[in-house]
Design a protein around this ligand. Structure first.
Ligand code: UDX
Ligand code: UDX
Length: 463
């Protein structure tokens, strides 16, 4: 039996460890966090995060070989392998503010591990970190005077929210980076053994530490780059009557390009893409590569442009004013099947419309609580309504901001009749049947496709 510990019971720790525990029944897993309420939630029937399939796995393993606790120090002492998945947000102060990763929680955790260790351990970076962070961690950990040895490994998480459990059960690859020393390689082998219980060996990649750390940032940068690329072309489609779905399909059929991650949208969100790219940009600058930094920064700038463009298009299409108009935002989560609203484009669109003095109603099946926290400062000006039919009543427009499948199934005939006229739909996810909506009577504005409207406005071609 091996004692494994995970520090940080957030999305990363909370969705990976239960899956690992379920595949390693003879090992003992503890997940700790400084946040007592979060740990209490993990111990209850109401888990703190929503992930399809997670509840069942937690129920199967909790109390058997998976435990949640706030007693960090005690569990550090007992653990042989410690995963660290505390948050590494973008720095808001000092050098690198707005771009570099804030490593204070990471460093604090490293020191806490050191203070509470009485035996040598393997420490695994699960959080996304700048390249060469492991070096600093090794220095701190191995600065002890009592002969303990710490091997630091990098094992970045590639799971996507909403499919975290599935991704973890059946990953494209697992990446483990370690030192090329004998003890480093022993530590790598130990972690490989753990994953090999359910993942075919050929999908477990081992590299040096720095390649592993960098690969995580680069994977996210490449994924986000594809979205910014297709979104940039969506703007051109709207000017030329080309259709972004047709273009994406046509280019995606080239196997060299591939068809995935080519859905034009109101923008990408989530806790990782923006943060990791800005981190990459900062690293490039730090290493004296300003051209490389500017290249990647453009991915983020294009995303901001797309969010702004979407909101501006709404205002322009609604006769250049939304002041006092009720607008229903369908979706607050940064994508479907998650309650997470971090960096959600829906919030940006909401803020932009509020600046134009619109009356905003937000509906979302799982993310309303998070959204109301995020928009706290704007509280009286935003209404939350769980029923999309009630949200759209008397609204001038609906904006689809999250691709929840249930929004495609609504009775839009009924919605149309309850709305102010002319009734607008702005589909920021190209989720709905646009032709059908147009036939019902809506003016429909998709992303990267000609609008379908009977209203003649300058620059727009009526259908
Ligand atoms: C986050 C980032 O999103 C991800 O990119 C990074 O790789 C790891 O951190 P996530 O699990 O989504 O991943 O973060 P979050 O949900 O904020 O969870 C972090 C947890 O760590 C929180 O529950 C927090 O209370 C806990 N924490 C933080 C500690 O237990 N100790 C600390 O010192 C700091
Ligand atoms: C991402 C990475 O996919 C994952 O590997 C990494 O570990 C963490 O970051 P996640 O943020 O959970 O995962 O979501 P993802 O599915 O990648 O979507 C990110 C954003 O891009 C969402 O807002 C999504 O709506 C948007 N998106 C995605 C598009 O706009 N178009 C697409 O074609 C795909």
């Amino acid at each position: 039996m091996t004692n494994l510990l995970c520090i940080g019971a957030g999305y990363v720790g909370g969705s990976t460890m239960p899956v690992i525990a379920s595949h390693c029944p003879e090992d003992r897993f503890v997940i700790v966090d400084i946040n007592e309420a979060r740990i209490a939630a993990w111990q209850s029937d109401q888990l703190p995060i929503y992930e399809p399939g997670l509840e069942e796995i937690v129920r199967q393993t909790r109390g058997k070989n998976l435990f949640f606790s706030t007693e960090i120090n005690r569990h550090i002492a007992e653990a042989e392998i410690i995963f660290v998945s505390v948050n590494t947000p973008t720095k808001t102060f000092g050098q690198g503010a707005g771009r570099a990763a804030d490593l204070q929680y990471w460093e604090k955790t490293a020191r806490q591990i050191l203070e509470n260790s009485t035996s040598s351990k393997i420490v695994v970076e699960k959080s996304t970190l700048p390249v060469r962070t492991a070096e600093a961690m090794e220095r701190i950990l191995n600065s002890n005077g009592n002969g303990l040895h710490f091997d630091v490994l990098s094992n970045p998480e590639f799971l996507a929210e909403g499919t975290a459990v599935r991704d973890m059960q059946n990953p494209d690859r697992v990446l483990i980076g370690g030192r090329e020393t004998e003890s480093g390689q022993r530590a790598v082998a130990k972690l490989v053994e753990l994953y090999a219980r359910w993942i075919p060996r050929e999908r477990i990649i081992t590299t040096n530490l720095w390649s592993s750390e960098l690969s995580k940032l680069v994977a996210n940068a490449f994924l986000a780059q594809r979205i910014s690329s297709i979104n940039s072309i969506s703007a051109l489609c709207e000017k030329t009557e080309a259709d972004i779905s047709e273009v994406a399909n046509a280019i995606g059929r080239d196997e060299r390009i591939g068809s995935r991650f080519l859905r034009a949208s109101v923008g990408f969100g989530g806790s990782c893409f923006r943060k990791d790219i800005l981190n990459l940009v900062y690293l490039c600058e730090h290493y004296g590569l300003p051209e490389v930094a500017r290249y990647w920064e453009q991915v983020v700038l294009m995303n901001e442009y797309q969010e702004r463009r979407f909101a501006a298009n709404m205002v322009a299409s609604m006769f250049n004013t939304v002041a006092g108009k009720r607008i229903a935002l369908f979706g607050a989560a940064f994508k479907a099947n998650t309650s997470d609203t971090r960096e959600s484009p829906a919030l940006e669109v909401c803020r932009a419309l509020l600046e134009e003095h619109a009356d905003i109603v937000i509906t979302d099946p799982y993310a309303m609580e998070n959204a109301s926290q995020d928009l706290k400062e704007l509280a009286p000006r935003v209404v939350f309504e769980s029923d999309p039919y009630a949200a759209s009543e008397n609204a001038h427009a609906i904006a689809i901001l999250t691709e929840w499948q249930e929004y495609a199934q609504l009775d839009y005939e009924r919605i149309f009749h309850s709305m102010a006229k002319p009734a607008f739909v702005f589909d920021g996810r190209n989720l709905l049947d646009h032709r059908k909506l147009y036939e019902i009577g809506f003016s429909v504005y998709p992303i990267g496709k000609p609008p379908l409207t009977r209203l003649v406005s300058p620059g727009l071609t009526p259908a």
